[in-house]
Design a protein around this ligand. Sequence first.
Ligand code: ISE
Length: 337
Amino acid sequence: MSMSVRVGIIGTGVMGTDHARLLSTTVAGAELTAVSDVDAQRARAVAGTLAGVRALPEPLALIGDRRVDAVLIASSDVTHEEYVLACLAAGKPVLCEKPLAPTVPGCRRILDAETAHGSRLVGVGFMRRFDPGYLQLRDALRDGRIGAALVLHCVHRNPSAPVGLPSGAVITNSAVHELDLARWLLAEEIVAVTVHTPRRARAAGATQDPQLIVLQSAGGVLVDVEVFVNARYGYDVRCELVGEEGTVTLDAPPATALRHDAVSGRRLPLDWRPRFADAYRRELQDWVDAVRAGRAWSGASAWDGYAATAAAQAGVAALESGTSQKVDLDPPPDLYA
Ligand code: ISE
């Protein structure tokens, strides 16, 4: 595809609006031509700020629109399966915000449809795979500088979460990033999940928050994830990969150091968007470049989306049962081998 990729976005909430801005102003080779949202007024408001962008009333009409070559799905999680399947039926490349689908059967239906289509059209928006810090962490493991991986320590803290957030959503909505990262960094499947529950933070109300999630990889690496979505002080995502010969640590990006009132410190972001702004830009550029070249992108595939949802559902079962849960994946079809 030598011309620009004409993109349609379904969902003009926080993420959809951010992606619309990036595709319209920053991503080379992309042209945003349409948006759609169940809240038609919200779609019109976003379209009204961007030249040449139409607000289409029906998401399925956007997928079939002749001026849409590729689709970005940023609508509510429960709609992802229907819209991804519609993109596959239309033969259009699709980038779906995580999760691919909230349930394992839903992910399997997408895998079956993409396998039947015969080529990779589906990408899943695990944007940390494009973050320069996580890429350096993976390079340090791959080039042997720290030796074989033994343990991965992760911290994932949000300043606040919606009141009444289901305890399982702490895993499926937030810690799911670490579930995907563990597979991607280690190049191994997760085979078991355990969830430990410290006392709840008062700010968490009835939500079990924080949670300490322990993953076991197929090769015996242990990954501990402290996920705390009512941490109050800021958005703070860090990790340390411990190998046989050394460690590599990912901290918040080097921000300006603040010194005042005898205190020296860094200002933290208040949510994931500024923290991963570069990752989102690189993610969208990689996707558009791949669509233009008619090839699969380098980000998470539908198989990765299935594996992340399977691990997240095992985590919810572990949280609810208080016992370790195995993660049993189907063998990957040739399309994902
Ligand atoms: C949010 O939905 C995201 O996907 C962010 O990347 C994550 O850090 C945050 O915890 C989630 O709530």
